[in-house]
Write a protein that binds this ligand. Structure first.
Ligand code: SIN
Length: 283
């Protein structure tokens, strides 16, 4: 696509691009939105910097991509349903999203994508890493692709909390926003390789935060293959790293990318506003 209303600057070979031009505080015309949407599908994660937005303007932009849904474990910001405040204070030791994952794959319809708007940042650190799951799939051998093709994997909400020593529960408590569902009840089965509903490309769709085992294969039997795939998916050449500036909006495609919030800013505060966009049933 030739862009006429925006410029697109890739930040790495694998994925990620900064988009310049749009002012998200104003309604975007059809062409501008179509170009942003095309860049989103091509680059998997996009960043729009220097955006001075009210919560309603943030929600209006996110809502162009699809209906807004609640994040299951952390309550919405007071007065602004659809926005979750992700806060790490000077005293907190744990962070939210500090391992490679695709969001909430334990839901039957995991989100299409998520949007983060940076409000307060540490003087250094607190970057977010992203990884390209199309590349992770495409670089597997034909034999491995054939083996994975018919498989489904179980995603469990409790796995991540267990692996992080109850981190998410404690984060919810630390942020004072509590939990609004019982996480133990949430699990879903999804294809290990999914076909992106908009691009038609195949992507690996398991993640080390939530995928516990393959359907019909025990956790012990699944573990060596999952271990190999989790290592493979996070190869540095499949990733990009975004260094946040205040007032930046990021949007990632949860259907074909993973992300990882770095926790390397102990003693400093970081506050993000997060919006989740409804997805479909992976196939
Ligand atoms: C998340 O996993 O949604 C948080 C990402 C971040 O704070 O950088």
């Amino acid at each position: 696509m030739t862009y006429e209303t925006i410029t697109v600057e890739p930040i790495a070979g694998a994925l990620g691009a900064v988009i310049r031009g749009p002012n998200l505080s104003q309604p975007l015309d059809q062409q501008c939105f179509a170009e942003i949407h095309a860049a989103f599908l091509k680059h998997l994660v996009i960043f729009l910097e220097d955006q001075d937005l009210t919560p309603d303007q943030l929600l209006a932009f996110a809502g162009r991509f699809g209906p807004i849904v609640n994040y299951p474990f952390v309550k919405d910001m007071d007065g602004h349903p659809g926005i979750t405040e992700i806060t790490k204070t000077e005293a907190d030791t744990l962070n939210f999203g500090g391992l490679w994952h695709s969001d909430t794959t334990y839901l039957p319809k995991p989100p299409l994508g998520s949007m983060l708007y940076s409000r307060e940042l540490p003087p250094r650190g607190g970057d977010t890493l992203f990884a390209n799951m199309y590349l992770a799939y495409e670089t597997l051998s034909d034999g491995m692709k054939a083996m994975l093709a018919p498989l489904y994997a179980v995603s469990s909400a409790s796995l991540r909390d267990k692996s992080e020593g109850g981190a998410r529960s404690r984060i919810a408590a630390q942020t004072g926003r509590g939990q609004n569902v019982d996480q133990r009840d949430m699990a879903a089965e999804h294809p290990v390789v999914r076909t992106h509903p908009e691009t038609g490309r195949k992507a690996l769709y398991i993640n080390c935060a939530h995928s516990s085992h393959f359907v019909g294969i025990t956790p012990e039997e699944s573990r060596p293959i999952l271990h190999f795939l989790f290592e493979h998916m996070s190869r540095p050449e499949f990733t990009c790293r975004y260094r946040w500036k205040v007032d930046a909006v990021a949007l990632w495609d949860n259907r074909c990318s993973h992300h990882y919030a770095l926790n390397d800013y102990q003693g400093y505060r970081r506050l993000m506003h997060r919006v989740t966009i409804e997805g479909d049933t992976p196939v």
